[in-house]
Design a binder for this molecule. Sequence first.
Ligand SMILES: Nc1ncnc2c1ncn2[C@@H]1O[C@H](COP(=O)(O)OP(=O)(O)O)[C@@H](O)[C@H]1O
Ligand SMILES: [Mg+2]
Length: 389
Amino acid sequence: MSAFYYPRPALVQALLDAMSGQDPFSDAANGIFLSAPRRTGKSTFLRNELLPALESDGKLLIYVDLWSDRKRDPAALIASEICAALKHHLPALVRGARSAGVSQLTIAGWLKIDPAKVGTIEGLTLPDALKVLHAAAGKAIVLIIDEAQHALSSEDGEATMMALKSARDQLNRPGDTKLFLIMSGSDRDKFLRLLNSSAAPFYGSAISKMPLLDAAFIAQAAAKIEAAAPHLMPVNRDKLERAFARFGHRPQAFLAALSEAANALHQPSPGFEDEVLHAAERQSAEEEQGMANLYLALRPLEQALVWRMLEQGGRFRPYDAAALAFYSEHAGEKASTAQIQNIIEALRSQSPSLVRKSAKGEYAIEDVGMYEWFQRLVAAGAWPPMAEN
Ligand SMILES: Nc1ncnc2c1ncn2[C@@H]1O[C@H](COP(=O)(O)OP(=O)(O)O)[C@@H](O)[C@H]1O
Ligand SMILES: [Mg+2]
């Protein structure tokens, strides 16, 4: 089952339609922002399906995954992909530069990127680089930035996002889009920061939820099992759908469990669907226990801080009066601003880090799954978690 792949042509078509310019209300020319939780198939879809479809539609594609190398600055990752595209179009470049009206261009060495001068390709600003690229390639450019929210983890990354917005505004005219920006994000809250304040790079645009794999994905997997093992017919699709949901709509974990349960070597018997469902329940219980253990291993003041962060989400302020009162109420001891600051730093630098800090200096829990876990326990009246005995 590992090779099982479910293609999503309808989703490809919906995006192509939005970008075609035929819908007067489509905002695609200003950017497409897609969010879905991690491991649900975003990168796979963008790379394996959307990218080739847009290429055959005559566009020049640049794809950057900001999580591909977490040690590199997102600005440098973006710049180096744009640089690679420029190099590819080098032969036509000189002519392109002329017709784009870029006069200060010196050929020798100008394609190198200086990470210290982010957004510039030696003497060329990012918007100019994209203008030159467009002129050189003679095609509309589609720049796909996967896990785009990660750009906000560095100042240079944030500046790059601003530069991309400026490039978009300089290159595009109504009805004539030369630069499409498609961004994906796993963390909706962080992703929103690209759009939802007047200082945000893409203020005014909206995030679309990228649809999760659905019943049709399950139906296709079930049909494949039935074809390989007719004695398992009819495969209980409903149970498999429930298992998939329990796996958080993450195809990899689901397909692994399915492959284990319906493996021909084990002579699977009717009812193997229950095994898949149990595997899903086991995994989600394990994940929750892992988070509970992490929380329970913290000292009282650390727990109070994490609790406050989970509860406040994007509104979290570490040192305001309400927060300090919260810490002392839940930890049973008074905490100074300096103490809290030390705790935050310790939780940030531990590995894996529990807390992260954005370029703007805002703090949040690194693992978004913890927010969902917190909400679930609160809803079930089971917060805070208790030690197992
Ligand atoms: N359409 C699909 N059909 C089958 N498996 C898929 C599909 N899309 C994704 N997967 C599986 O799920 C895993 C996670 O997908 P990925 O695209 O990396 O998620 P994301 O980018 O959202 O974190 C992939 O490695 C792949 O094994
Ligand atoms: Mg991805």
